[in-house]
Design a protein around this ligand. Sequence first.
Ligand code: DAH
Length: 339
Amino acid sequence: MNEKIQKIQQDIQGFIFESEERIETFRIKYLSKKGEISVLFKEFKTLPSWGKKQLGTRLNDLKNQAQSKVQQAKISFSRQIKNREDFEDLTKPGMPFTIGARHPVSVVKNRIVKIFRNIGFITAEGPEIEDDWHNFTALNLPTYHPARDMQDTFFIEQNPDILLRTHTSSVQIRYMKSHQPPIRILSPGRVYRNEAISARSHCMFHQIEGLYVDKQVSFADLKQTLQYFTTTLFGKSRLRLRPSYFPFTEPSAEVDVYWGLETEIDQRITKGTGWLEIMGCGMVDPQVLRNTGIDNEEFSGFAFGMGIERIALLLYQIGDIRSYFENDLRFLKQFEGAL
Ligand code: DAH
């Protein structure tokens, strides 16, 4: 019996399907009721039980092998036929295909990155899961600091030292720790805050952080850089810096752009003032430089941070932050072709 199995096995392996009809020939020869494998099964039944187990396994394997050979041959012939049909009429119009669109957050991010790249800023990214030191303490926000409440934080339950970063300012710290000035970086990325989801706020959004550290960097440099940025991105060059507070910058400011009051939309989004807030900024606090091992006597710097969805809102008049994250194709398709 063993030899018979081996013989059939070799025959099966050597069997070639020159045409589709040969599949049926093969099936009848081996797998039909009177086929060679079925005959072996009948013979098997009559054997004494000694040594039957191993033989049975071999016999089953043989049958499976033959069946899968038939299956594969069928698939390969049906593919050939399909290919032939597809190419029969070469004058047929091509199959339509759709190309995807970049997400508006990526579109705006890319535009901002490009604007700053033109004046020498490179991109530096950091992790979204951060530790307390990089996200808070090194940025002048020790544990007891009340300004920690400005950003509701998602902590990891098992270890309160680990959290989801609340801003991209943590990347400043990482970069300054591992590089000496001159530093000119832009850090785009996702940030998280424990906030109720509404049209105006979300528990996950995107920011871009900028940092410039070198000898004799001044507030005038900051203002000039921002002026260049707003003129290039929005085509608006009137800026206003309002005194503000951030623990990691001193002095700190909020940046407003004069948007105008020409249309009804202008009226609405600027609440009738003509001015729009676009970001926070300031001179890097000397203590932050010291925290990261940079000599604050020799170097100074400026930093700024903005929300990408907010900038996209201004560019595209998207009023509801939730629409960025709902994956509605009707919304996303509007950005087809944008880079
Ligand atoms: N990290 C601030 C926030 O999330 C934004 C910010 C403000 C970043 C001022 C800065 C800055 O670098 O200088 O609200």
